[in-house]
Design a protein around this ligand. Structure first.
Ligand SMILES: [Zn+2]
Length: 654
């Protein structure tokens, strides 16, 4: 079911054809000794790079002109000897040298360009079309590698859908009745082509070696779930991904392909192509512990320099981080996450990790220390006691029926913004369940403010509060209970032809609900999560927390004494319940985000819901110091001492 990798390394080796002496200082035995000394059991290394050069003796591709021996072959032999599994890297759409040789394989963008990007100093300067003979060429090279070397499998990079109107694509589109002049047809065809390309490669590999691992990098985790052996979640938080990517991906990837293991891939550098970058130990630890606490195994990316002489400080850093993590293997390897909230969003799975509202929901739930999962609308979210539909989750007829059954069976829901509206029309699909109708057209003013009723205002300042987002105008039914209301501004923010109405103080409370409850369903009219993602306004989190407390009065874990930036994750394994605490914080330093230090974990109190279990012991790992605890009522309660960066408390039950 899973690839079972424990500790991985990913070696980039994109090498210009102008560089000579490639691999001249490479000693496969010494190199793999370094790898093994880090406790690494799986590496990915280049069979062919994005520049288009192969690093093995190939009859099909182009060997690097500066390489005089079979570098990949030597590496494969040494890995085999030491029990290190090796995946061969191929790029699925980039191969500059081959793109120059076979001009008819190049992508032609819908605008008619063979250089699809304006900026040409990028690996994406030329792209190869997945419907051209490139497809067969790539498959043949992969088969060649399988034939010659004892590889575990393949990592195929950059297989994102790409819009192409080359003759191969146009012919295929015509045969399918698609119109190349229609943008939506080209887009649909590009998504289908990427999926078909990956399925084709996966089948070719499995035919030759049924047990081979294969992983495609390109945002197609859900559609390709049956064609991969495992997933690799690429995230360099210091580059374009940012620090909001992993908190969503770590809760989503495990549900995108249930039962398949997930590697948490980052880099020792700030971005790909950054040869002189070395992140701090705390920065790498933060990412890697975050992943491990969410069932993802660590995978640090680095470069092998062209000469093949590895950089000692890189291995030292990896070794330090992995040795720290290995102290916890007894508990964390194979542990599964516990959750009680499902965040469900979007019909298109590829849009989930970049959806601002999903990121806002994940951010709030993380700060509030709730245990949650993230699903696309296709996922199996019904087993969780509470579902959040953040801001933009439109319903199909089928989804609406699933939600109706879920609520009838006792499920609890928090919905916001246009969630639950039909795809075609701005009306709620389940007005009876939601206790409200949506009035098309939205709120008749901007910006919106809100005020909560006295019995629902715990923690909120007693003044009209900014929403920082648009909202839906909803009309409550008689059965619903409105607990917060929109407040209109004295003047709407607008240009009226004479005046710029920029100063828009709050005016009267309106009759439009901001939040209402209909039984176990809470309906926020504003785009609450979008507002929080863009403003960080704490009152938005407070009123969300108040709704959560009402719907989930006894959460799985309760925490006292930890700051908002600390993260708490709960896992289970055998007779253990694991409570992970992380205390790291990316700091904005002018234009960059930096994690330099482990931050203090103050003394705190953890209350873990017993769910009928009798706990025998609570220990602080890895040292195994026992902690005094109480478990008279619904919870097992333990006080933990101060710490730094990362802590793991293990609750053992009888
Ligand atoms: Zn094409």
């Amino acid at each position: 079911m899973t690839s079972g990798f424990q500790y991985a390394l990913f070696f980039d080796f994109h090498t210009s054809g102008r560089i000579e002496g490639v691999g001249k200082d490479f000693h496969s035995d010494e190199f793999t000794d370094q790898v093994a000394d880090c406790g690494v059991d799986f590496i990915t290394s280049h069979a062919r790079c994005n520049q288009g050069y192969a690093y093995y003796d190939t009859r099909i591709g182009i060997r690097h002109p500066g390489l005089s021996f079979d570098l990949f072959g030597e590496l494969a032999g040494a890995c085999r000897k030491k029990g290190i599994r090796l995946a061969a890297y191929f790029n699925g759409t980039l191969s500059d040298a081959e793109a120059r040789l076979h001009r008819d394989w190049n992508v032609i963008s819908p605008e008619g360009r063979v250089y699809p990007e304006q900026n040409r100093i990028t690996p994406y300067c030329r792209k190869l079309c997945m419907n051209s003979p490139w497809r067969e060429h790539l498959a043949s090279m992969m088969e060649e590698v399988l034939e010659k070397y004892a590889v575990t499998g393949f990592f195929i990079d950059c297989v994102h859908p790409q819009k192409c109107i080359c003759p191969f694509c146009v012919e295929k589109m015509r045969a399918r009745g698609l119109d190349v002049s229609r943008a939506e047809d080209v887009e649909r065809f590009s998504a289908d082509s990427a999926e078909e390309f990956c399925v084709f490669l996966s089948e070719r590999v499995r035919k030759r070696k049924p047990g081979a691992t294969i992983c495609f990098n390109g945002g197609l985790e859900e559609p390709l779930r049956d064609s991969v052996s495992h997933l690799e979640c690429e995230c360099l938080p210091t580059a374009g991904w940012g620090y909001s990517f992993l908190p969503v991906a770590s809760h989503y990837f495990r549900n995108a392909a249930p039962g398949k293991s997930v590697l948490n891939m980052t880099g020792r550098f700030l971005d790909w192509g950054d040869f002189g970058g070395l992140r701090s130990r705390a920065s790498l630890e933060f990412d890697m512990f975050y992943g491990a606490a969410n069932g993802m195994r660590p995978d640090i990316g680095t470069h092998l320099p062209p000469s093949g002489q590895w950089e000692t400080p890189v291995f030292e850093l990896v070794r330090e981080v992995y040795r720290e993590m290995q102290k916890y293997d007894r508990w964390t390897l194979g542990a599964e996450n516990c959750a009680e909230i499902a965040v469900v969003s979007t019909r298109e799975p590829s849009g989930i990790v970049c959806n601002t509202s999903v990121r806002g929901a994940a951010q709030m739930l993380s700060e509030l220390k709730y245990c949650f999962e993230i699903f696309s609308g296709n996922g199996s979210w019904e087993k969780y006691p509470l579902v959040v539909f953040p801001d933009t989750m439109r319903f199909s007829v089928e989804t609406a029926e699933r939600v109706r059954r879920y609520v009838a069976d006792g499920g609890r829901v928090i919905s916001s913004g246009s969630s639950s509206m039909a795809w075609e029309k701005d009306v709620f699909m389940l007005p009876d369940v939601w206790g409200a109708e949506a009035e098309p057209g939205g709120l008749p003013f901007t910006p919106a403010y809100f005020t909560a009723d006295r019995n629902f205002s715990a923690g909120l300042p007693d003044m009209p509060l900014a929403v920082y987002a648009d909202g839906t105008k909803i009309l409550p039914s008689k059965e619903s209970e409105v607990t917060a209301w929109f407040v209109r501004p004295l003047v709407s923010r607008a240009w009226d032809g004479i005046c710029a109405e920029y100063y828009t103080p709050p005016g009267a409370k309106t009759e439009f609900p901001f939040l209402l409850f209909r039984g176990r369903v809470a309906v926020f009219a504003p785009e609450l999560f979008f507002g929080y993602a863009n403003s960080g306004a704490l009152p938005l989190r407070t009123i969300f927390a108040n709704a959560l407390k009402r719907l989930l009065p006894s959460p799985l874990v309760k925490v006292e004494g930890l700051p908002s930036h600390a993260r708490v994750f709960v896992q289970k394994k055998e007779r253990f319940v694991l409570v992970h605490i992380l205390s790291y914080l990316p700091e904005k330093r002018v234009n960059a985000f930096v994690v330099e230090d482990r931050l203090p974990i103050p003394p705190c109190r953890i209350s873990l819901r017993r769910d009928g279990r009798t706990f025998r012991k609570v220990v602080l790992c890895p040292d195994g110091h026992e902690r005094a605890f109480e478990q008279d009522g619904e919870y097992c309660v333990v006080d933990l001492p101060s710490g730094e960066g990362y802590a793991l408390a293990v609750f053992e039950f009888a």
